[in-house]
Design a protein around this ligand. Structure first.
Ligand SMILES: [Zn+2]
Length: 254
């Protein structure tokens, strides 16, 4: 772990250094406000969301520490909370807090439609709608299989659109190191993405459908094959998700 990286600061928090949490706060509070302002109408609500989200993450890191001995705390399975992907964890906590509040006490008014962020808001580097869509997709499942460090670099570079120079201090790497890590992480994501598709297509009927879905998406099947594929899609939610995914890929493909 490099000095001053998120991973090192998280480790210090787990070891009881409260000041390290202050550094994490400084580093990520801006991104937290970007999201909070997208989710709420009032500044006071945004303030509440941000402080609650930080408190939750802090609490998670500390609970993980307290419920285990020092020796056990070094084992990954005894730890709770993030090891390096602090911002992703924080923003997820913030989003859950916002939804919980709306359901529970109607105290926070969510903005009319979080999915229609546009105009000035579109310049905000972090877009929650992108993540919301991602969560439902196979890409999210592939993402979840990646090592946390790869998730962190992809989050900062691809989701938030930060440059390697901006991400370098967060991960404790040089800008070149960030680029190299992002390159490996993207390739890892591609492989995991393919693997998720395979894992989803276990039964024979699913396999037969999956093999022809590419052609089906491009209207390249015979009438008979089209009917077979569509009959299976009627009854199989997994393959429907796969088909929707391919339709997305297809529409974005140049
Ligand atoms: Zn199927």
């Amino acid at each position: 772990m490099e000095p001053g990286s998120d991973a090192e600061l998280i480790d210090s928090v787990r070891k009881g250094t409260a000041a390290a949490f202050g550094q994490l706060y400084e580093r990520h509070v801006g991104a937290a406000y970007n999201l909070a302002r997208q989710l709420t109408r009032h500044q006071a609500d945004a303030d509440d969301l941000v402080s609650e989200a930080f408190a939750k993450v802090m609490n998670t890191l500390w609970t993980g520490k307290k419920t285990s001995t020092a020796k056990e705390a070094d084992k990954p399975q005894a730890r709770r909370g993030p090891d390096s992907a602090f911002r992703a964890y924080l923003l997820t906590a913030l989003r859950h807090t916002a939804y919980d509040k709306t359901r529970r006490d109607k105290r926070v008014e969510l903005s009319d439609d979080v999915t229609t962020v546009s105009g000035a808001d579109a310049a905000v580097p972090f877009s929650d709608t992108a993540v919301a869509g991602l969560e439902r997709s196979l890409a999210a499942r592939a993402f979840a299989r990646l090592p946390e460090r790869w998730q962190a670099v992809l989050w900062h570079t691809t989701v938030e659109g930060l440059s390697p120079v901006e991400v370098a201090p967060i991960l404790g790497l040089t800008p070149n190191g960030v680029s190299a890590l992002a390159y490996r992480a993207r390739e890892g994501l591609r492989q995991a993405y393919l693997q998720v598709h395979l894992a989803e297509s276990t039964s024979e009927r699913c396999k037969a459908t999956a093999e022809r879905l590419g052609a089906w998406t491009r209207d390249g099947l015979s009438k008979r094959e089209t009917a077979q594929v569509e009959a299976h899609l009627e009854e199989c939610e997994r393959c429907r998700a796969l088909a929707a995914e391919l339709a997305d890929v297809n529409s974005g493909m140049r």
